[in-house]
Ligand binder design. Sequence first.
Ligand code: SF4
Ligand code: SF4
Ligand code: FES
Length: 424
Amino acid sequence: MVSLTINGKKVRGKEGSTLLELCRERSISIPTLCYHPDLSPHGSCRLCTVEVLKDGKRRMVTACNFPVQSGIEVWTHSESVLRVRRILVELLLARCPEVKLLKELAEELGVEKSRFYTKEAKEKCLLCGLCIRTCRQIVGANAIGFSQRGTLRKVSPPFEVDSDQCIACGACEFICPTGAIRMEMDRIRKIKDSGTGTRRYCRYMRLGLIDFMICSNGYECWRCELDQRMEDQFGTHPAFALKPAKKRTPFQIGFFTFHPDLFYHEQHLWLKPMDSWIKVGLDGLSSSLALVADSLWLPLVGGSIKEGERIATLIQGDKKVTFLSPIAGRILAVNQEALDSPSLVGRDPYYRGWLLLIQPEEKDKIWEFYTGERAKEWFTKKAQEMEPLLDDSKGVKSPKDIFGKEEIREKWDRWIEILLINRS
Ligand code: SF4
Ligand code: SF4
Ligand code: FES
């Protein structure tokens, strides 16, 4: 805890928290537009501006991302702070004159109208970025972002084309404070029902909240009993209650690392759909072999690959292990870093150690592979089958502890046998 002064009063606050959090704890009201406690602060609306005196210098800072620090003096409602907030509201009103939330804020701050040029009354988006951060940090879909600059800046999918990454969960619409984002039925159907491969999977299944559910309501969620029950149960959008993106980080199953957000194939490859292509890598079980591999073979970029054809080979001395492609398609890219240093695949299999990008012939095919709970069950079973191999080495906690030792290199064949992949 550190001591500081807020509006002339000595207070104590937690190091690592922000001025906004501390003020809210002490019931000091500071207006915000782009802040949400579940999202990282963005500092874009600047409405939370406060005045800080630090090391003899006074300056305006945004409370939502300014850290609590020892010895600083803070003013949350000084005349200069209020002047800044009024100007900011005037500027925002000039952009979005009809947004109710802004009008209320303007009234609170005593702003009658904006002195700045007012656009046509249609613009609703404040550019607060809440929707973008929700999609990225809560849902984990990364389907929207800011595009263009200056007055043309707006929220859109990449290249302003409907994104395959969008799972039409509606969390962005839910969080938008102005109603600027609306889920359009035609687009939702296009996303969920399109010939690009996706099926009529329920948005809660896509969020990873339920295992399997086909929508029988034509995506009119307001007619759906499950949707109603979800909302009643959580009292908020289920994505915010369960934060699926935060759960989707790799974790340990036995000695091996499992990533819950991927598709898995029995060839011990993971697959990740990304727009119209699929990223492929070795899973946490097979990638351990790369820790001792001398080299890695991957197909040439631009070529095509058939299902069941060789997609990667790890070579260790006179031994080899080959992985067969679970999908047909065109090779768009290979990971040069992994080719240069195959051990990277073993050290970081789900991120920097990816293998290649494929443009699949049949995008829907990926849904035939293990995902969600089924993937976890399958991986757990395989990890258990591998355990006797590791247990007979003293002090072994992970494959990294054993690989690199000559005696364990000898286990290469047995490893492959258990994983049921090809030796040549
Ligand atoms: S669409 Fe809504 S949430 Fe997204 S930036 Fe605009 S105002 Fe903010
Ligand atoms: S509907 Fe869901 S996935 Fe699509 S942009 Fe909004 S938050 Fe992202
Ligand atoms: S709430 Fe702090 S900058 Fe928007």
